[in-house]
Every structure is written in structure tokens, then in C-alpha cells.
Design a protein around this ligand. Structure first.
Ligand code: 5GP
Length: 189
């Protein structure tokens, strides 16, 4: 695991600030895993990774689940400008598992306006899962447009555009092992 010192030293110049370093992310994810394990004790769980932003989070989270877990993937894309959600959502890749009668945990990277998850929750509910809960690494409540209950939340953050640990800007920065604030001057290009 990289120390915050190493992360800072290797930081690309477009990352204005490291908001959540690797140890901070990992210890919170372990806590979330323990909480989810307690809540679903004795049950089977379908963990639904929302591509692509949640890949890192899902991979690390499932290692902390002491349950029978199936992992599936869904890909949705929202139309509109690169850094703003429009709420108009398209399903790019659907789930392979039949979720009817199953416990489903949707794993998201970040809830911003809440419009994407609101759409996803409504469309998954129609398939009649036994339960449907949301786990999100990050939440930006300042920008919320719809009421969205997040059952398991990693961190609440201020209204910054963040990248790293799965989160991208124009498809890049997903591989960075921490969450950083992107220099906003870059966003105007
Ligand atoms: P919402 O529909 O809640 O406004 O937006 C959710 C999606 O917008 C997230 O899953 C993510 O893909 C994208 N998003 C929202 N805020 C950020 C951010 O700060 N950084 C990045 N990279 N993506 C974001």
C-alpha cells in the first residue's frame, strides 16, 4: 500500500489536492465490508458493480464480505457535458443474473445529483429483487436533485470534481490509487 508521502510525490500536476489517500479509503472500505457482512448474515448477495467508476471500490469491498457473493456488472451512461449529470440515462450493458427474489447491493462510485441512481433503482425494482440497497463510496449532498437514501456510504465530500480510484475525467485518471480534486482550470479546455 503506498504511503501518502509517495502518493503526493507521484501526484500528476492536474490533481490540485489529494482528498482521500489510499490508507483512508482502505480502512473505511473494510468498515463498510464488516457492516454489510453483519447485515446480510446467512443470506446470498448479488453485488452489482456500476461500470466503470465503481470497479476499484467493488474489487476492494467484496474482499471484506464474509458472505456468499455473486458479482455482476451494469453499465449506464448519462448524456450531457463531461462533468455534469443530466439525469438522462442510457443502459449500455445490462446485468446477466436474474435478480428476481435475490438480495441486490448496487455499488456506486459517487452520488452527485442522485439522478443516475434514481433511474437505476427504479429500473431494478421492476425486476422484483428480494431487497435492493445502495452502497456508494462518495456522496456530494450539495448538488442533490432527488432524495436518495444511501444505505452504506464511504465519505461525504464537498462540491469538488474528483478523480482517481475508478473515477475518471475524459476516461483518464481511473488508475490513480487515491481520490484527488481535479484542477478546475483543466475542465474549461
Ligand atoms: P449523478 O447522476 O448522481 O449526478 O451522477 C452520478 C455519476 O456522475 C457518477 O456515477 C459519476 O460517474 C459522475 N460524477 C459525479 N460527480 C463526479 C465527480 O466529482 N467526479 C467524477 N469523475 N465523476 C462524477
Amino acid at each position: 500500500m503506498g504511503s501518502p508521502m509517495t502518493e503526493a510525490a507521484n501526484k500528476p500536476k492536474e490533481i490540485a489536492e489529494i482528498l482521500l489517500d489510499e490508507p483512508t479509503l482502505q480502512s473505511r472500505i473494510a468498515e463498510l465490508g464488516a457492516e454489510i457482512t453483519r447485515d446480510y448474515q446467512g443470506e446470498e448477495l448479488i453485488v452489482l458493480c456500476v461500470l466503470k467508476g465503481s470497479i476499484m471500490f467493488t474489487v476492494d469491498l467484496v474482499k471484506h464480505l464474509g458472505l456468499r457473493v455473486a458479482i455482476d456488472f451494469i453499465s449506464i451512461s448519462s448524456y450531457g457535458a463531461a462533468t455534469k449529470s443530466t439525469g438522462v440515462v442510457k443502459m449500455v450493458k445490462d446485468i446477466e443474473e436474474d435478480i428476481k427474489g435475490k438480495h441486490v447491493l448496487v455499488v456506486e462510485d459517487i452520488v452527485d445529483t442522485g439522478l443516475t441512481l434514481d433511474y437505476l433503482k427504479r429500473s431494478l425494482s421492476m425486476r422484483e429483487p428480494a431487497s435492493l440497497k445502495i452502497c456508494s463510496l462518495l456522496s456530494k449532498p450539495a448538488r442533490r436533485k432527488v432524495d436518495m437514501e444511501i444505505d452504506y456510504l464511504g465519505f461525504t465530500i464537498d462540491d469538488h470534481f474528483v478523480v482517481g480510484y475508478g473515477l475518471d475525467y475524459q476516461s483518464f485518471y481511473r488508475n490513480i490509487p487515491y481520490i484527488g480534486i481535479l484542477d478546475t482550470s483543466l475542465l474549461d479546455e
